[in-house]
Design a protein around this ligand. Structure first.
Ligand SMILES: Nc1ncnc2c1ncn2[C@@H]1O[C@H](COP(=O)(O)OP(=O)(O)OP(=O)(O)O)[C@@H](O)[C@H]1O
Ligand SMILES: [Mg+2]
Length: 374
């Protein structure tokens, strides 16, 4: 038996008390606070379930088993660890003393359907028009960030967008804990490495980023930008790696710009703030903002172009799509908002070739100022 097969078999045994929830496609997250205190998230709602591990030892053994197969020893000095289940679900384990009352484990279930842009459109995460627009942005090699709060669906959307990358291009993916499963053939995936128990041998996102530039990428995709690698990303984006993408935790596109600035400064490179801000403005072309709503719904709330800095030294943001806040009722009688074009002409129109423009969906003709043929 391969080690992967052994993992699959043993994991079902160890996780037997919660396997019912892991197998339920309606459950998106399983949270174990203690061996006998377990919550799930179903349809956006947090529910405490009556499940329990037999005792602390059984629970610790289950956590141990998961970590063992990701080559991380639970007995090491590390207290915070990421791992994956064989089906791609993401596991985070925090143990004492950081978790003050003993080991805490959360399992974010991997849902294959969430990788399909058409499915996300059907769920109402974005409109068909916005989907076509994002397709043009990806094909037009825009440097794009998907932003939003925790669990707002950033990684899933980034994954789904990858389908629009032309198959002729070579993609290098850089991540902390491998989550992205790009729907492309030519993908090189890189994952960071934790240090051993003597603090040696760590490989950071920044290290991977530098190495990735020597791997001849057409596009670089960075799972989540959260530290000094922001500077490397910005510099790569401005030096010929158009069409690069990533996710970033931010409340709105302006917040995203400010956070990038702060993160780039963590790289400890002497760069005057105005120069850095200018680089960010020319690196990032577009931000797709997401948010999480009642009932677990995730919605694209804004698509914004990042223009050049204004004379006042501030970012020039142009909202292309925004949620129409005039409330409408859907068939369930709930208020819904719709993502609508703001009427602003995108700069993207000037970056696309004639051929690309002519191939765009008819719903974009107004946006790109094309005349619709009868
Ligand atoms: N469009 C969507 N509609 C409904 N559920 C979604 C959608 N996108 C993702 N989800 C679910 O929401 C959860 C979080 O998704 P995801 O990991 O993509 O979010 P994230 O913003 O990247 O989270 P984090 O902040 O932890 O990085 C997952 O369980 C996923 O299946
Ligand atoms: Mg994410």
């Amino acid at each position: 038996m391969t080690s992967q097969k052994i993992f699959e078999t043993t994991i079902r045994h160890y996780l037997a008390p919660i396997i019912e929830y892991l197998d339920d496609p309606g459950v998106s997250e399983v949270m174990v606070n203690r061996f006998d205190e377990i919550y799930i998230e179903k349809a956006g709602e947090l529910i405490r379930v009556p499940a329990a591990f037999a005792d602390i030892e059984h629970y610790e053994a289950a956590a141990n088993n998961i970590l063992q197969f990701t080559r991380q020893s639970f007995n090491s000095d590390k207290t915070l660890m990421d791992a994956r289940l064989p089906d791609g679900s993401r596991v985070h384990v925090a143990k004492s003393p950081c978790a003050r009352y003993g080991t805490v484990m959360t399992i974010r279930k991997f849902c294959k359907d969430m990788l399909d842009i058409d499915w996300l459109t059907e769920l109402g995460t974005l409109t068909p028009q916005a989907k076509h627009f994002i397709r043009m942005a990806v094909e037009g090699e825009q440097n794009l960030l998907v932003t939003g709060g925790t669990s707002s669906g950033k990684t899933s959307l980034l994954n789904a967008l990858s389908v629009f990358i032309p198959s002729t291009q070579r993609i290098v993916v850089i991540e902390d804990s491998a989550e992205l499963q790009l729907q492309k053939d030519h993908v090189v995936s890189m994952e960071t490495k934790a240090p051993d128990r003597f603090g040696r041998g760590a490989v950071t996102i920044r290290d991977l980023f530098k190495s990735s530039l020597r791997l001849r990428p057409d596009r670089i995709i960075i799972g989540e930008v959260r530290g000094g690698e922001a500077l490397d990303m910005i510099q790569a984006m401005t030096s010929g790696h158009g069409g690069s993408m990533g996710t970033l935790h931010a409340n709105n596109p302006m917040d995203a710009m400010n956070r990038l600035e702060t993160m780039a400064m963590m790289a400890k490179v002497d760069l005057p703030l105005t120069a850095l801000r200018g680089q960010i403005a020319s690196a990032i072309d577009m931000v797709v903002q997401m948010s999480r709503h009642d009932g677990g719904k995730r919605i694209v709330t804004q698509i914004t172009e990042i223009g050049a800095l204004g004379e006042n030294g501030r970012h020039g943001l142009k909202d292309l799509f925004k949620l129409d806040k005039s409330e409408k009722c859907n068939e369930n009688g709930k208020n819904t908002f719709e993502l609508r074009w703001t009427g602003e002409r995108p700069e993207l129109a000037d970056r696309l070739s004639n051929e690309q423009l002519m191939s765009c969906d008819e719903s974009l003709h107004d946006i790109f100022g094309l005349v619709t043929s009868e």
